[in-house]
Structure formats: structure tokens, C-alpha cells
Design a protein around this ligand. Structure first.
Ligand code: FRU
Length: 481
């Protein structure tokens, strides 16, 4: 086995060995960004769930720490979140040897009982800065709902956060086709305040990994609600939806009415994304699992001893566009400075690198010496990604199909930049700014200031070594260390 092969990303987190899926317990504390994650260390396929743990100071270089939560027999530790109970609202603080109070970290996770598939919400406390955890003896703190005498089978992924409007704790939990919202003053006793679901009749997937975060805008505070949903065969998107609205009295009300759902990413490989608690920046920061669940158990990174890696940590901004309020995403940690880089139609690349793209309409191609290539085509109105000839495909039956090879997204126009006709520059092709991060098997595309973002895995036989721009595009490349 080749542990440091060309598929392993250098600046995106992947576990040293074994399996990874969702990011869990994202929290910033004392200069460190903590990333816990769904982990099975004994194989490169999904198995009894642990919470792995890694930390970073810059969101690019990660240090993997010892496993934080282990399964207990048939009880698996499914996804969840972390808070630091600074004010000891839980009453669970302890007194240290020097007599000072140690406020706990509280990890909220789903207790998944493998036999019977029963799920409830639990909490574990840490007194050593999030390294080790002790289960709360009164678990579960939110019991499985029973509907018409039948326990709900998919009830998971608690996201707990402090509500800036009320000072109380809120929890969102995916409850099959809904999200349940809860409120608490002490992190232990929770009251259901409301439930929410979307109105898109054609979408019947089970929800997972919900999140709810506030944004300060020129129209006051707005809330964005996120829900991931596992894709069925005919649904190639990784499917994390978002809704922009209000959150009042424990009830979420969407305000942006759209004919189709809003997705956070137009690539295939961004799922289960959630945001950091106690984020020190003025904007929220999200990390997603950068592998589509549909083929995650088969991706060829298994040859390098791991399966599963994360997206970059992305700063989220709510932007007023001509279509309404939309999210834009910008990767943190990566130095986007292009000073001193010469622009060209062709450039040599090696992973990891940043590829900056400017110009009008055209096509950008990342290629290797085997004739494999990944393309991004830009028109006035749309961006299309094409991985149909990007590399290995036959490790899984859907990966090479059309639905998993081509995706197009409409380009958004910020309202402030639009002319009277609602678009920039009339008939003239609108210039594009696009940054592409190439890091091992992961390619991330950020176009139009991150209003269109794609996360894509490609598995070329040999690494891409050249980027070429055709039409009105030009590139600048910066290496990453
Ligand atoms: C989403 C998910 C979660 C669950 C976890 C189990 O990918 O299915 O709903 O908590 O993975 O590993």
C-alpha cells in the first residue's frame, strides 16, 4: 500500500489511515480550530463510528490527534456538534487541582444503536480541552420520537449553538424528512419548539446534518438553514440545500421563495457540511465531507490507506444578487495573492497549487501526460465542469455516467454590480474571476467570488501537470506549500 500517493490531499484533512465521513464538533477554541470527524480506523470502508479528532491553526495544515469518542458495543457515535460551556450553564463544570473551575466542552452526538437502527441524542463532557470525553450518565438527552406508536428510524446529527437573540441554546436535529428545533437553558433539558421541512414535492430524501446560522446583512439579521440529504441514483448532486429566512420563537421561516432548491455546491463532492461554533471571524466558516456518499466506499484513495477527505474551510457570505440572497464561499488559509505571477494560456502545474483564471468566455483544462483531462467551460451565463475523461472511473458504477460527469450552473450577478437590465455589461460577455485549488484528487472551483462553487474528485493515472486556457481566458498559477 502506498500511503503517500498522489491522491492524498496535502492541505485538506484526511485521516492518516482508515475511513472518514462527516465533519463533527467543529469548534474554535484558544487559537485552535478543532475538527472531529466520523471515523472508522480499522478499514477504508464505513464501519462502527468513532469520532476522530484533528486540530489546525491555519485551516490548511492539520494535526491528527487521538480518537475522541469510541463506539460502545452496538452503540455507534454518529454525527454531531460541540460547544464550550464557558458559563457553566450545564452545571457540569469541575474544580481543578488549583481550585479554579474547569468549564466543560460538550459533544452532542447521535447514539445510533446498530441493532434496530434506533437513534437518540446524547452528550459527553470533556475537561481536558476536547481530547477525551465522559458520557453524561442521563443520556439520551433527547429521546427517539415515537410517531403513531412507531419509533422514528432516522433521527440524527444534533447541531447545538448559542442563539444571539435569546442567549439560549438551540439544537437542530434531522428527523427523517423534517428538522426538529429544540431550545434549552442548560444543554441537558431540551424542549421541541418547531419542525420544518421544504416544500419541494419531488425531493423525498431523508435529511441529515442540519445547521442553522445567523448572518448580519444590510437588511438586518438573517438566518440560513442547511440540510444534507443522501442522493438516490438519479440525483448526482451531493445535495446540501440551504434556505434563507428568519428564526424567531424557535421557528424557522424561509423568506427566499425559489422554484428549485438552493444548493451550496454544484460539484458532486461536498456533503454533510456544517459550521464552526465560537468562530472568531466575523463570517461563519464551513467544512464539508469532500466525497459523494454514493461512491465514497469505493474511491481509489483506498490504495493509499484512506478513504475520505474534507473540503477546504470556507468563509460564508450572504450576498444580495439579482436573483435574491445567495451564499458565496471563499476558501480560508489559501493565499489568493497573485502579485508577481505571470499570466499565460498554458502553465505547468503540480499538486497542491492554486490556479487563478480571468477573462471572458473560454475553456480551462487540467491535463496529464496520459491524455486525461478535467475541463471547466465558462460562458456569459454559465459555468460547466466536465470530468468525463478526468481519470479512473470503473471503481463504481455511477461515477463514469453522464450525470456524474457533467454539471452546469447559472452564473449569479451581485445586485450592486448589475446594471439597469439586471445583468452586467449588457450583451458583452461578462468577465469571470475563478480560482481553482488542485490538491491531490480534490479539485475545488470558486467562480464569481465564490457565488458558484464546485468540489470535484478526479483520479488521473498520473497527476495533472499542465493547465491550458482557450478562448478569452488566461491563467496564473501559484504553488502551495
Ligand atoms: C451522513 C450520516 C449522518 C450520520 C453519519 C453516520 O453522512 O449518514 O446522518 O450521523 O453519516 O456515519
Amino acid at each position: 500500500m502506498e500511503e503517500h500517493g498522489s491522491f492524498r490531499p496535502a492541505l485538506h484533512f484526511s485521516p492518516h489511515k482508515g475511513w472518514l465521513n462527516d465533519p463533527n464538533g467543529l469548534i474554535y477554541h484558544d487559537g485552535l480550530w478543532h475538527l472531529y470527524f466520523q471515523h472508522y480506523p480499522h478499514d477504508t470502508v464505513w464501519g462502527p463510528m468513532h469520532w476522530g479528532h484533528a486540530v489546525s491553526r491555519d485551516l490548511m495544515h492539520w494535526e491528527e490527534l487521538p480518537i475522541a469518542l469510541y463506539p460502545a458495543g452496538e452503540l455507534y457515535r454518529f454525527s454531531g456538534s460541540m460547544v464550550f460551556d464557558r458559563d457553566n450553564t450545564s452545571g457540569m463544570a469541575r474544580t481543578g487541582a488549583d481550585g479554579t473551575l474547569i468549564p466543560p466542552f460538550a459533544a452532542f452526538y447521535t447514539s445510533h444503536v446498530a441493532t434496530g437502527h434506533l437513534e437518540s441524542q446524547s452528550v459527553a463532557f470533556s475537561y481536558d480541552g476536547g481530547m477525551t470525553f465522559e458520557d453524561y450518565p442521563g443520556n439520551p438527552i433527547v429521546a427517539t420520537p415515537v410517531i403513531d406508536g412507531v419509533p422514528l428510524s432516522d433521527f440524527r446529527d444534533p447541531k447545538v449553538f448559542k442563539n444571539p437573540d435569546t442567549g439560549l441554546w438551540n439544537m437542530t436535529v434531522a428527523a427523517k424528512y423534517y428538522c426538529n428545533f429544540y431550545e434549552s437553558s442548560d444543554l441537558i433539558h431540551w424542549n421541541l419548539t418547531s419542525t420544518f421541512t421544504h416544500g419541494f414535492k419531488e425531493i423525498t430524501n431523508v435529511w441529515a446534518c442540519t445547521d442553522l446560522i445567523p448572518f448580519e446583512t444590510c437588511e438586518g439579521r438573517k438566518w440560513v438553514f442547511f440540510a444534507s440529504m443522501e442522493n438516490k441514483e438519479d440525483q448526482p448532486e451531493p445535495r446540501t440545500m440551504y434556505f434563507v429566512g428568519r428564526f424567531e420563537n424557535g421557528t424557522f421561516t424561509p423568506e427566499e421563495k425559489t422554484a428549485d432548491p438552493l444548493w451550496i455546491d454544484f460539484g458532486w463532492d461536498n456533503y454533510a457540511g456544517v459550521t464552526f461554533n465560537d468562530c472568531p471571524l466575523s463570517d461563519p466558516v464551513m467544512i464539508g465531507w469532500a466525497v459523494n456518499p454514493r461512491y465514497a466506499n469505493q474511491v481509489p484513495t483506498g490504495r493509499e490507506g484512506f478513504r475520505g477527505h474534507m473540503t477546504s474551510a470556507r468563509k460564508l457570505t450572504l450576498v444580495r444578487t439579482t436573483e435574491g440572497w445567495r451564499l458565496s464561499f471563499s476558501p480560508l488559509g489559501f493565499d489568493m495573492n497573485e502579485d508577481g505571477l505571470s499570466k499565460d494560456q498554458n502553465a505547468v502545474i503540480s499538486s497542491p497549487c492554486l490556479i487563478h483564471v480571468h477573462g471572458g468566455e473560454g475553456r480551462l483544462t487540467l491535463k496529464n501526460t496520459e491524455g486525461e483531462h478535467f475541463d471547466v467551460t465558462v460562458t456569459k451565463d454559465a459555468v460547466t465542469i466536465d470530468r468525463s475523461a478526468a481519470g479512473e472511473q470503473d471503481f463504481q458504477m455511477d461515477f463514469g455516467t453522464k450525470a456524474y460527469s457533467f454539471r452546469t450552473v447559472s452564473r449569479l450577478v451581485p445586485a450592486d454590480a448589475a446594471g439597469d437590465a439586471g445583468h452586467i455589461g449588457g450583451d458583452r460577455a461578462r468577465d469571470i474571476d475563478m480560482t481553482i485549488i488542485l490538491d491531490g484528487c480534490l479539485i475545488e472551483v470558486y467562480a464569481d467570488g465564490g457565488l458558484e462553487t464546485a468540489s470535484v474528485n478526479a483520479f488521473p493515472k498520473t497527476p495533472y501537470s499542465l493547465v491550458s486556457a482557450e478562448g478569452g481566458l488566461e491563467v496564473r498559477v501559484s504553488e502551495l506549500k
